[in-house]
Design a protein around this ligand. Structure first.
Ligand SMILES: N=[N+]=NCCCCNC(=O)[C@@H]1[C@H]2[C@H](O)[C@@H](O)[C@H](O)[C@@H](CO)[C@@H]12
Length: 447
């Protein structure tokens, strides 16, 4: 087999998010989020699961950090629960919430692990949703206020900030497809929200720059790779529309200062208009220091007249799938990263999420998740190819450190390299944890 080697200065990490691991949903003054509401709405989350306890990382983070330290990562991506800081989204600050994150970040730093902080990983304060949520431009300003407070409060401790995690999920998966909170199915609403999210990102970047604080700031869009079923122009166009929903729609405004015309035209055909106010694009288009890329899967796509949103359909050509039924498509990772370099230049990239759902259980104290090891090998090989092709990769953070609350799938879908027993909260290092530990130590692996 082949030895796959990485640059000596690449950062190796892991990622999680507040609502998915913390629990302590009503502890120490935390306000409600839309995911507290959504998960308690019958039928929205598999098995009626919710984040009341999750991994209980709110109380167990010292144990989690010990596991990170043994793993050998030097960077850890987590998110802050906005309603822990501002229980009603704005106004009065919850000092206990701030103190929790100070204690947590101090513990990371004491163990030589750099914190990478996501400000918004989907847990919008319910009080803001009650006033229209991301459809209301006041939420954009509330996010800027929250971000500004966090930048100043953690100055000197947190030097890598991510504004918005996966704006495609927050806008379209949650307000058009509707399977995530708050669960609407309205294309105009979702498109309006996508603009407000990018505006919120831009206003937070402005606050960061105005603060004069040291550090780096970016956002973390998710993307899937779509491959045309044939070289027929109708298939290529259908494929590009599907991918444009993830890539050009969320990258062009930030890196080029305007929405992609082919997508605007398509949305207009669907009766969707985008109301952009003077100055909006200037906020969105300002330079950022890195982009976080979340990659999981890809598909073969072909034209299908009047089918779904983009007149296209995914064609199952037999790719192996994870336990989430997502295609395993590592070539798409390489192709997507190459496309980003070709279209947007040498912006520094952190892979802020990549991993797979495999539900292997504990047997005699061990979790034999060889399929996850194989997934990681294949995708890290694609990453190595991208690096060798000149893509400016600064780091790789696997999703996820822990099995956790997988949104609408609850605890049924496991992405962790550490198994969590959600009855006892016992952590068990999986085979993939040991494999990743050795890969980090060596800086290479044997394919
Ligand atoms: N077919 N298919 N579809 C792929 C759709 C991908 C959209 N979901 C994500 O990227 C989420 C991201 C999220 O940040 C994290 O909080 C989630 O736990 C992971 C795992 O779900 C990923």
């Amino acid at each position: 087999m082949a030895i796959i080697e990485f640059p000596k200065d690449i950062r190796w990490g892991a990622a999680t998010a507040a609502y998915q691991i913390e629990g302590a949903a009503t502890k120490d003054g935390r306000g409600l989020s839309i995911w507290d509401t959504f998960s308690k709405t019958p039928g929205k989350v598999l098995n009626g699961d919710n984040g009341d306890i999750a991994c209980d990382s709110y109380h167990r983070y010292e144990e989690d950090i010990e596991l990170m330290k043994e793993l050998g990562i030097d960077i850890y991506r987590f998110s802050v629960s906005w309603p822990r800081i501002f229980p009603t989204g704005t106004g009065e600050v919850n000092q206990s919430g701030l103190q929790y994150y100070h204690d947590f970040v101090d513990a990371l730093l004491a163990n030589g692990i750099e914190p990478m902080c996501t400000l918004y990983h989907w847990d919008l304060p319910q009080a803001l949703q009650d006033k229209g949520g991301w459809e209301n431009r006041e939420t954009v300003d509330a996010f800027a206020e929250y971000s500004d407070l966090m930048f100043k409060e953690f100055d000197g401790k947190i030097k890598k900030w991510i504004t918005i995690n996966e704006p495609w999920c927050v806008s379209f998966l949650s307000n058009f497809i509707g399977i995530h909170a708050p669960g609407y199915q309205n294309l105009q609403l979702a498109t309006t929200i996508s603009h407000h999210l990018l505006l919120a990102h831009g206003k937070a970047v402005t606050k960061f720059r105005e603060s004069g604080l040291t550090g780096e700031i970016g956002y973390a869009p998710n993307l899937e790779w779509n491959e045309p079923y044939s070289n027929k122009q109708e298939d290529i166009d259908a494929c590009n529309r599907g991918m444009g929903w993830f890539i050009e729609w969320f990258f062009d405004p930030v890196f080029k200062g305007s929405y992609p015309q082919f997508m605007l035209d398509w949305f207009e055909k669907k009766g969707v208009t985008l109301s952009i106010q003077d100055g909006d694009m200037a906020f969105i288009h300002q330079p950022i220091d890195f982009v976080g890329i979340n990659y999981y899967t890809g598909s073969v796509v072909r034209y299908k007249e009047n089918h779904e949103l983009f007149d296209n359909e995914k064609v199952d050509i037999g790719y192996e799938k994870t336990d989430f039924d997502w295609n395993i498509y590592p070539e798409g990772f390489y192709k997507a990263l190459s496309k980003l370099k070709d279209q947007y230049g040498q912006i520094p990239i952190y892979i802020t999420e990549n991993g797979a759902c495999y539900n292997d259980g504990v047997e005699n104290g061990r979790v034999k998740d060889q399929r996850r090891i194989d997934y990681l090998k294949q995708h890290l090989t694609s990453l190595s190819r991208a690096i060798d092709s000149g893509v400016n990769i600064k780091g790789y953070l696997t999703w996820s450190l822990l099995d956790n609350f997988e949104w609408a799938e609850g605890y049924d879908k496991r992405f962790g390299i550490i198994h969590v027993d959600f009855n006892t909260l016992e952590r068990t290092k999986k085979d993939s944890y040991y494999w990743y530990k050795q890969t980090i130590k060596n800086g290479w692996f044997d394919m």
